[in-house]
Design a binder for this molecule. Sequence first.
Ligand SMILES: [Zn+2]
Length: 194
Amino acid sequence: MNTLQLVNNEHSLNKDFKPQHLIQDSFSKIWLCREVFWAVRRINYILCKLGLEQVVIISGYRSYAYQEKLFMRKIDYFGEQGLDDEAAKIKAAQIVAMPGHSEHQLGLAVDLAVWSMKDLADPLTTDFEQTSTGKWLLQHSHQYGLILRYPKDKVTITQITYEPWHYRYVGQKAARKMYENHWCLEEYLCALKG
Ligand SMILES: [Zn+2]
């Protein structure tokens, strides 16, 4: 598995791509690549030791078909709001990744919430960054190979709005480099190419 594989608006995965070595989280029933699964396990172990709230997995691996369903649902939603097909599609694409363009299809991305927020109607809110756990993750996730994938100040590069809950596994070496240089994945890959 190439843990540095880039998936964004320009780089997509085909319909048939499915990652190998997925593990199902017994609590959330969500599937993740084993690297991410074990990283989250280790993070929760440390959070517990530090007396901080643990994280809950809200989203992990998503198939192409499932992403398509999410995308179509958003188009329908905007259609019902009175937008025409083309406008609804454009609006939907700003919020939900188009099928094949979601990192979640890689199985290397994970959306996290804190335990006390898991039952909210939408547990994925920017409030996550205000929690002690969210703050701790920002400073330490790289030690477990995870990076905040869509930082606030990288929106022009990632073309994805700020998502404090979305973490991506890239491996410890790459994660450390990105943390130290304050790079997002696109910038890191660019630097690698020289
Ligand atoms: Zn996500």
